[in-house]
Write a protein that binds this ligand. Structure first.
Ligand SMILES: Nc1nc(=O)c2c([nH]1)NC[C@@H]1CN(c3ccc(C(=O)N[C@@H](CCC(=O)O)C(=O)O)cc3)C=[N+]21
Length: 290
C-alpha cells in the first residue's frame, strides 16, 4: 500500500482564492510589507514568491530590502514607521537576521496587531490561552493539511517532532485546541523513533534532512513534513528534501505531505489569510476564517 500524497499546492491555491474572494467581498485591500535584511539567496526566492502571490490575491504588497550591514536601530526605526502606516496591515521581517541584530527585539517591536507571522509574545501568549490571535502560518498550514485526512482531530495521538517557537510549540498548541492527545518530542527525547511510531499524526519539524525513517512511522499514520532542507544531489546541484525520508515513508504511512509541494505553499496561503484578518481588525470588520 502506498500512502495518499497530500497536495499542499492545490489546497494552498484553494485557500488563496478564498482569501482573495473574501477580501473583495468585504471591499478591503489588505497591505502586506516584507522586510528582508541581507542577501541570502534562498530568502530572496521565498520573498519574491510571497510578493507575487500577495499581488495575485489583489493585496497590496511591498518590499523593503536592507543591506546586510543595516544597524539594529535602523531596522527598528523602519518597523516603527510601518507600525504607524495605516496602509500596512501586515509586517513580516524575514528570519534569520544577521548576527548583529537581535531577532527577539525586532519581533517585540512589531505591532502585535500587524504581526502576521504570529511570532510576537502577545500572539504566542494568546494562542497558549486560547484567545483569538494571529497564529503562526506554518503551524496553521499543518493543521489544515492534517484536516484533509482527519476532518476531526479529536482523540488522535499526535506527535510533534520539534519544539521551536515558530513551528513545534505553536503546532502543539493548535493540536491541543483540536482535542488531540499531544506529545512533543525532540532531539533529547529518549527512544525517539519509538515515540514517533506511536503517532496517528506525526508532524516533523526538526530541520534535519530525512531524519524520520520508515520504522519511525506507525502503519497508516498521517505524516506532515515541515522540513525544507537543501541537500546536494551529487550532480553539482541541490534539491529540497523534508525531515522525512519520503520514498520509504510513503510505503508505510496512510497519508503524507511531499517536499516541495506540501507545507511550504500552505505557509504563504496562511500568511495571506493572516494579512486579511489583520486588515479586517484594522477596519473594524468581522474577520473570516478558512
Ligand atoms: N519571518 C519569517 N516568516 C516565515 O514564514 C519564514 C521566514 N521568516 N524565513 C524563511 C522561512 C521559510 N519559509 C518558507 C515558506 C514557504 C516556502 C515554500 O513555498 N516552498 C515551496 C517551494 C520551495 C522551492 O521550490 O524552493 C514548497 O515547499 O513547495 C518555503 C519556505 C518561510 N519562512
Amino acid at each position: 500500500m502506498s500512502a495518499t500524497i497530500i497536495d499542499g499546492k492545490l489546497l494552498a491555491e484553494t485557500i488563496r482564492q478564498r482569501v482573495a474572494d473574501e477580501a473583495k467581498r468585504l471591499g478591503i485591500t489588505p497591505g502586506l510589507t516584507v522586510v528582508i535584511v541581507g542577501e541570502d539567496p534562498a530568502s530572496q526566492v521565498y520573498v519574491r514568491n510571497k510578493v507575487k502571490q500577495t499581488e495575485a490575491a489583489g493585496f497590496h504588497g511591498s518590499e523593503h530590502r536592507l543591506p546586510e550591514s543595516t544597524s539594529e536601530a535602523n531596522l527598528l526605526k523602519l518597523v516603527q514607521t510601518l507600525n504607524n502606516d495605516p496602509s500596512v496591515h501586515g509586517i513580516l521581517v524575514q528570519l534569520p537576521l544577521p548576527d548583529h541584530i537581535d531577532p527577539d527585539l525586532v519581533i517585540r517591536t512589531i505591532d502585535p496587531a500587524k504581526d502576521v507571522d504570529g511570532f510576537h509574545p502577545i500572539n504566542a501568549g494568546k494562542l497558549a490561552v486560547g484567545q483569538d490571535s494571529l497564529v503562526p502560518c506554518t503551524p496553521q498550514g499543518c493543521i489544515l493539511l492534517a484536516k484533509t485526512v482527519h476532518p476531526d482531530l479529536t482523540g488522535l495521538n499526535a506527535v510533534v517532532l520539534g519544539r521551536s517557537n515558530i513551528v513545534g510549540k505553536p503546532v502543539a498548541q493548535l493540536l491541543i485546541q483540536e482535542s488531540a492527545t499531544v506529545t512533543v518530542a525532540h532531539s533529547k527525547t529518549q527512544d525517539l523513533s519509538d515515540v514517533c511510531a506511536r503517532a496517528d499524526l506525526l508532524v516533523a519539524a526538526v530541520g534535519r534532512a530525512e531524519l524520520v525513517k520508515r520504522h519511525w512511522i506507525k502503519p497508516g499514520a498521517t505524516v506532515i513534513d515541515v522540513g525544507i532542507n537543501r541537500v546536494a544531489d551529487g550532480l553539482g546541484k541541490s534539491r529540497l528534501v523534508g525531515d522525512v525520508a519520503f520514498n520509504e515513508a510513503k510505503e508505510i504511512a496512510g497519508a503524507i505531505t511531499p517536499v516541495p509541494g506540501g507545507v511550504g505553499p500552505m505557509t504563504i496561503a496562511c500568511l495571506l489569510a493572516n494579512t486579511l484578518k489583520a486588515a479586517c481588525w484594522a477596519e473594524g470588520k468581522p474577520a473570516p476564517t478558512f
